[in-house]
Design a protein around this ligand. Structure first.
Ligand code: IFM
Length: 798
């Protein structure tokens, strides 16, 4: 996973204005290539990778970007957030992979179609990121020389989250006669062994045909799908659509008489509710389908496009001067926005969002540390919903702490629907070796990560109601966990032993710097939160303290423990040691193994790797960002210089953090290199596993590298600060932020920064560590890099 080809080589971009024409009356096509991802080649071996990249999802459902006409390698799949199944008593919950609804085949004349009987003549697959739309245009011919053209679009509605929609245009270039089209659910090898009820039914409505299907997971969740299909321009030729249901497939079969050169259109609407959402999911699906059929597909698409447009207004990061970086950031924002659902507090975002079945759909610290900043600063309701998931799973976290002999809340390293620990106890390496997985037992920093996101959300939004009703309890319980987790030892310091930090090469270690520093922060922050709660919501605080049996002195005790936390700082070297004994480990020069395609712990062996200073992913380097205010800049520089060459980036989480920190430390070339490496994780599949879903944490990290790294954003209680490091090749970075309900517009050039407060109360702003200014609503402050320092040079009302 070293030198990768440039990300955009395979995902080619069109010339400006060359985007495909619109399906008539359905939507306004995006022709700006900076908003499009295009696959213009047809490479069946890369099919699953593109299915992940071109997935459409809305935080409730995710529909992989499979080709609408099956290929032998297609795996059309539908995921529903929070719908996990446990297939056997001994297995772990996994996100249900439902068969995706797709165009299965077409038969022209008497030639019954299997994909292999067709040849693809032209193929063009496109993700319109601005409108949240997957589109495809292709021409194919059969053995008799009949040529068909199909144009198609698919959305997962951002306006009505229970809805997915697909619209297709068919034109036969040279054949008049019968066309049979089968739409349906195709069970592919990747789909779950879910049971579809045989009572699938079909009926005609004034707006087309409607089909109803029910499926049940082994854990008893009912999934009710209502599917509406409408064929236009075919009234004369459409013959009795009917539904055909077998164990593997449910097809909607239509036969029409077509004329060469004439366009036929089919619209298909899918509505889904489950028994997790509502008592009568079947009725809810039917009712919504009927409403949508009455309204029409065009109106539904318009609502979806409007919803995307509103979302982009608070999230778009514009990069002037680097088209690849621009598209990569839009791709990141597209998937981040697609992954969250502000309307559902019972689900979080899994490591692959709803784009693939990697990690069984489980939720990691990825959400709180890599994704939450994006949602907190661009879509606070989504951030709140994700944090509420942690609130609703507090009791499982309390159980886990208790089971391990601690107090408070220890969150699951891998979490599904209930918050219980679902990390697999073992894994199989690429060499076929079965190895134990200890993260579920020892990766305890997750509790501090959740606490960190709670406090950051509250700082940025000022959402006291959340802090008083939910966030405060998370902070108290996680602090309590840390207060019981370690011990003051003979040296008078508080030690936390036997953990795994972010660097998973080293297991069962003592005093991991990341864990201890974050635990210290958690203890102090909870004590501060106790003061805030007491002041802002005294009644709720009294009730909470009563319910948790929290003594008056407990927050003081947390502060005292924080003061004696062992931090691994070696003042003489201005360094933080990653864990106790790390500096004594064997030094390995990673460069001598470059380039290598297998992970280094496989090349060296796990035991050997454990005895070296090789680091799997940012560990101390994470602290340089998350707790930057606590680490003097000299120490940050020394630590980065030490750990960066020792880091293998064996996790997709690592390069983005290195891009961010390198930028903050002023090492722009290196930052750009890591930025590129991050964007290539999905866009050039440089870790080789994009097929199992996009790497959502890396995408969140890419956004953070731009905003916290190159623009150098810092948040504090009074407002915002910037330490800009805009690369010289990027003419400017421009992005909006939401701060306590106010919109801030930021534009950073290599030697210029403009900060505008669009509305709300005055805000403290500082650029480059100089004097803070107070910015009023409607005003823009202009800063310039002059004589080696940032100075405010103008302020104007705009
Ligand atoms: O959470 C990460 C972990 O840090 C490294 N392995 C992959 C996980 C999921 O992305």
């Amino acid at each position: 996973m070293s030198d990768s080809p440039d990300s955009m080589r395979q995902v080619a971009m069109p010339e400006s204005g060359a985007a495909e024409a619109a399906l008539p009356g359905e939507f306004i096509p995006t022709d700006d290539p900076l908003w499009l991802m295009i696959d213009g080649e047809f490479t069946p071996a890369r099919e699953h990778e593109f299915e992940s990249l071109f997935c459409v999802s809305n935080g409730y459902l995710g529909n992989r970007g499979a080709l609408p006409i099956g290929t032998a390698l297609s795996a059309p799949t539908l995921f529903l957030a929070g719908v996990f199944d446990v297939i056997a008593p001994s297995s772990l919950p996994e996100l249900v992979a439902l068969p995706g609804w797709t165009l299965l085949s077409q038969s022209i004349g008497h030639d019954h179609a299997a994909p292999e009987n067709f040849s693809i003549l032209d193929h063009h697959r496109l993700l319109d990121m601005r409108q949240g739309m997957f589109r495809r245009e292709f021409r194919f011919g059969d053995k008799e020389g009949h040529i068909m053209r199909i144009r198609f679009l698919r959305i997962a509605s951002m306006a009505e989250r229970h809805v997915a929609l697909q619209s297709s245009l068919f034109v036969s270039e040279n054949y008049s006669g019968q066309l049979e089209i089968r739409f349906g659910f195709l069970r592919s090898p990747g789909t779950s062994s879910i049971i579809f009820s045989p009572s699938a039914s079909s009926r005609e409505t004034p707006f087309g045909s409607a089909h109803f299907l029910e499926a049940k997971t082994h854990t008893g969740i009912t999934i009710a799908l209502a599917l509406g299909s409408h064929f236009s321009a075919a009234a004369d030729g459409l013959r009795e659509p009917y539904i055909r249901h077998t164990a593997d497939q449910t097809d909607d079969v239509m036969k029409i008489e077509i004329k060469a050169g004439k366009t036929y259109r089919n619209d298909w609407i899918e509505v889904c509710y489950t028994s997790r959402d509502i008592k009568q999911p079947q009725e809810a699906s039917v009712a919504l389908l009927q409403r949508l059929q009455a309204d029409g597909v065009t109106a539904a698409i318009r609502r979806h496009v409007d919803a995307w447009s509103r979302r982009w207004q608070t999230a778009d990061v514009e990069i002037e001067g680097d088209e690849d970086a621009q598209r990569a950031l839009r791709f990141a924002c597209y998937h981040l926005m697609s992954a969250a659902n502000p309307e559902d507090e019972r689900v979080s975002v899994g490591a692959k969002g709803l784009t693939g079945s990697g990690y069984k759909g489980h939720v990691f610290w990825d959400t709180e540390i890599f994704l939450l900043p994006f949602y907190t600063l661009t879509d606070p309701p989504s951030a709140r919903a994700l944090l509420m998931y942690r609130f609703h799973t507090l009791s499982a976290a309390r159980d886990k702490a208790r089971q391990q002999g601690y107090r408070g809340a220890l969150y699951a390293w891998e979490s599904a629907d209930t918050g219980e620990e679902v990390t697999p106890p073992w894994a199989i390496t690429p060499m076929g070796e079965v190895i134990p997985v200890l993260t579920g037992i020892e990766a305890h920093h997750i509790s501090a990560d959740v606490a960190y996101a709670v406090w950051q959300y509250w700082t940025a939004t000022g959402d006291d109601e959340f802090l008083c009703s939910a966030g405060g309890e998370i902070l108290m319980e996680t602090a309590r966990f840390w207060a019981s987790r370690g011990q003051i030892e003979d040296d008078g310091l508080y030690h936390i032993r036997n953990v795994i930090g972010p660097d998973e090469y080293h297991e069962s270690i003592d005093d991991n710097a990341y864990t201890n520093w974050m635990a210290q922060w958690n203890l102090e922050c909870a004590a501060a939160a106790a003061r805030v709660l007491k002041e802002r919501c005294p009644d709720q605080w009294r009730r909470l303290a009563g319910r948790l049996a929290l003594h008056e002195e407990e927050p003081q005790a947390w502060l005292a423990l924080g003061r004696v936390m062992y931090t691994g700082v070696h003042p003489e070297h201005c360094m933080i040691e990653q864990f106790d004994g790390y500096f004594a480990l064997e030094e390995i020069d990673l460069a001598q193994y470059a380039p290598h395609s297998l992970p280094i712990d496989i090349i060296l062996g796990r035991e050997h790797t454990r005895r070296t200073q090789l680091v799997k992913q940012a560990d101390v380097v994470m602290l340089l960002h998350l707790l930057s205010a606590r680490i003097p800049s000299g120490m940050a520089q020394t630590c980065f210089r030490y750990y960066e060459p020792r880091t293998e980036h064996g996790s997709s989480l690592s390069p983005a953090m290195h891009a961010l920190v390198a930028a903050r430390l002023g090492n722009i070339d290196m930052a750009l290199r890591y930025f590129r490496q991050t964007r290539e994780i999905d866009l050039a599949n440089n870790m080789g596993n994009a097929a199992s879903g996009v790497h959502i944490a890396a995408l969140g990290g890419l956004w953070q590298a731009a905003v916290f790294g190159f623009a150098g954003l810092n948040l504090n209680e009074r407002g915002v600060a910037f330490m800009p490091h805009c690369p010289a090749g990027w003419r400017a970075i421009r992005f909006p932020l939401l701060w306590r309900g106010q919109r801030i517009e930021v534009r950073i050039e290599p030697a210029l920064a403009e900060i505008r407060l669009a509305d709300g109360m005055p805000l403290q702003v500082v650029v480059g560590g100089s004097t803070e200014i107070r910015l009023e609503a409607g005003w823009q402050s202009r800063w310039e890099w002059l004589e080696g320092t940032w100075k405010e040079t103008a302020r104007e009302y705009r």
